[in-house]
Ligand binder design. Structure first.
Ligand code: UTP
Length: 318
């Protein structure tokens, strides 16, 4: 078992002990790669999404990462293992920087595997985490490993909102209205008597609406601070879109029953690693910021653009 190396006074500073990471999906948008490689292990520069999430969870002060995995995706948990032979070989060769890279994931946080036998939906996956929580955990976080919300720290802010308003807190970003069809869209109202305008009350949620039907341009990202009441709601919902148990439907049920649900509007960046288009953008963004690869990548991108535009112009002139 891996022991958390986060110092005790960093732990649970925001009351969140457990971060649930659903990682049992089929990753169909990444086929054929995901026949054998879980999408949560695809690297952004050199670090897989699951490790970036472990870092975010550790930074929050959580001590447990409940990773929901599928029977054929054992490598996701294996990423947190110790790899003694690899460490020994690298140490013998004096490759200390690489040794640190091998050890890092396991030192960040304690992972716990929760198996989802079949991909019955995000709601089903989150419901399985109930068995992992301690009795005194009234709330827990969910971080989707294919969604990078930057800079890290959104859930910490969401925990402050929960401390003030109670209930469940979700994370929203604003997108142009014509892009709302890709997302879960919030129907919101202002909260009176609050001295910040980045928190709104959620009246409802619509999954992937036509832009003209979208109730706002505030859309859901992959960060949730869920009240324990969500488990009861998850037990009562029926399969929704795609025949899957949807987390959105359970949240909608909580709202209907008067449970407070708010969003924190995130003003930073975001990368969707769940599809090749978003993943490539994230790799370029992180790559450009990488001290080792950034400078040459910039030049390479400029060259690619020049060649690409020249080819396009030549084709147009044919
Ligand atoms: P996604 O819908 O983005 O992932 O779910 P997916 O189903 O793997 O991707 P596609 O649509 O087939 O390409 C969001 C997160 O929820 C997890 C996924 O692993 C992903 O991290 N998930 C989804 C589960 O853990 N179990 C499920 O049944 C469904």
């Amino acid at each position: 078992m891996v022991i958390s190396m986060i110092s005790p006074n960093r732990q649970h500073t925001h009351g969140v002990k457990t971060v649930v990471v659903p990682a049992a999906g089929m990753g169909t948008r990444f086929l054929p790669a995901t026949k054998t490689v879980p999408k949560e292990l695809l690297p952004v520069v050199d670090t897989p999404g699951i490790e970036l999430i472990a870092e975010e969870a550790a930074q929050l002060g959580a001590t447990r990462l409940a990773v929901i995995t599928a029977p054929n995706k054992q490598e996701v948990l294996a990423h947190f293992g110790e790899f003694p032979l690899l460490v020994e070989t690298l140490t013998e060769r004096g490759k200390d920087e690489q040794v640190a890279k091998v050890k890092r994931a396991g030192e960040l946080i304690q992972p716990i595997a929760v198996e989802q036998e079949r991909p019955l939906g995000l709601g089903h996956a989150v419901g399985l985490a109930e068995s992992v929580l301690d009795e005194d955990e009234d709330a827990f976080a969910v971080m989707l490993p294919d969604d990078l919300v930057l800079p890290m720290g959104a859930v910490e802010e969401m925990a402050k909102v929960r401390a003030e308003l109670g209930g469940t807190v979700l994370c929203a970003i604003e997108v142009p209205r014509e892009e709302t069809y890709n997302y879960g869209v919030f129907e919101i109202e202002e909260v009176s008597g609050l001295d910040r305008d980045d928190v709104k009350r959620v009246r409802g949620m619509v999954e992937k609406p036509d832009p003209e039907d979208a109730p706002s341009n505030y859309v859901a990202t992959g960060r949730y601070l869920l009240d324990r009441a969500i488990f009861d709601a998850l037990r009562r919902i029926k399969p929704g879109k795609g025949g899957e148990l949807q987390l959105t439907d359970a949240i909608a049920l909580l709202i209907e029953e008067g449970h407070p649900v708010h969003v924190l509007v995130h003003h930073g960046g975001r990368h969707d690693l769940g599809n090749p288009g978003g993943y490539i953008k994230a790799c370029v963004d992180f790559g450009l910021r990488d001290p080792k690869y950034g400078p040459s990548l910039r030049g390479a991108i400029e060259e690619i653009l020049v060649n690409f535009d020249a080819e396009k112009a030549a084709r147009a002139a044919e």
